[in-house]
Design a protein around this ligand. Structure first.
Ligand code: SAM
Length: 221
């Protein structure tokens, strides 16, 4: 008797299934990373929803640019909108992640930073992105522009993500959007604890919701 093979639907098909308008996100599917299709769409739609023509989005933890592409594509409607990408590009990170980062980085042809830049160029968004290589905590010290969208996906250890939140969330404008990845995760409990123990107790976050493992909220006006 012939056994029926389960139908496997690839990332590109799943993206287009959500709507043909997401075809401009297709380059995200070719980039190594951990985002689901719905998380990619959530990043894109959040960036797209920013109203200022000079909107500023900041991403902490960029890896090879999978999420950066989604954010930058979402900003593309606004003539002067920018994405600032912060990452040391040395595959370092929390204890639970660094071996995997190192293993994946070892398979690349060149440095992680070059792969990141090449992926953005291929996706047609390199001009939208300003790269700040380094650790988020160090970059935060000299960063004094108000932010419209903040995406936290760097070091996932509790103390580190808490520090990212404390360093960066105050820089979000009223009405700005906060997104955090891996808040629902089997291995990492840092992002979840920051949401449950800190953010959920602060009254100025509205429109709180989850998309897969991602947490989203808006800072009230
Ligand atoms: C989970 S990956 C990011 C994935 C990326 N956002 C995506 O969706 O493709 C985490 C990244 O954060 C970087 N990272 C670790 N600690 C950091 C820190 N303190 N500041 C900025 N980036 C950090 C890691 O080296 C890694 O590149």
């Amino acid at each position: 008797m012939q056994t029926r093979r389960p139908l496997r639907i690839g990332t590109r098909a799943r993206l287009l299934w959500r709507g043909l308008r997401y075809r401009e996100l297709l380059p995200f599917a070719s980039v190594n990373g951990w985002l689901t299709v719905d998380e990619a769409i959530a990043l894109y739609e959040s960036a797209r929803s920013l109203e200022r023509s000079d909107a500023l989005a900041v991403e902490i933890g960029c890896w090879q640019g999978k999420s950066s592409i989604c954010l930058a594509k979402g900003l593309a409607q606004r003539p002067d909108a920018r994405l600032v990408c912060i990452d040391p590009f040395d595959a370092s990170g929390d204890e639970a992640s660094s071996d995997e980062y190192r293993d994946r980085a070892d398979t690349l042809q060149g440095p992680l930073r070059s792969t990141f830049e090449d992926n953005l160029t291929t996706a047609g968004v390199r001009d939208r992105v300003e790269v700040r290589p380094g650790l988020s905590h160090e970059v935060a010290a000299d960063f004094d522009e108000p932010i419209d969208l903040l995406f936290l996906d760097g070091d996932h250890a509790y103390e580190s993500i808490l520090r990212d939140y404390q360093d960066w969330a105050p820089k979000l404008r009223p009405g700005g959007l906060l997104l955090m990845h891996d808040v629902v995760h089997e291995v990492h409990d840092g992002p979840r604890r920051v949401v449950e123990e800190v953010i959920e107790r602060e009254s100025f976050w509205t429109e709180r919701r989850y998309v897969d493992s991602m947490f989203l909220a808006r800072k009230s006006d």
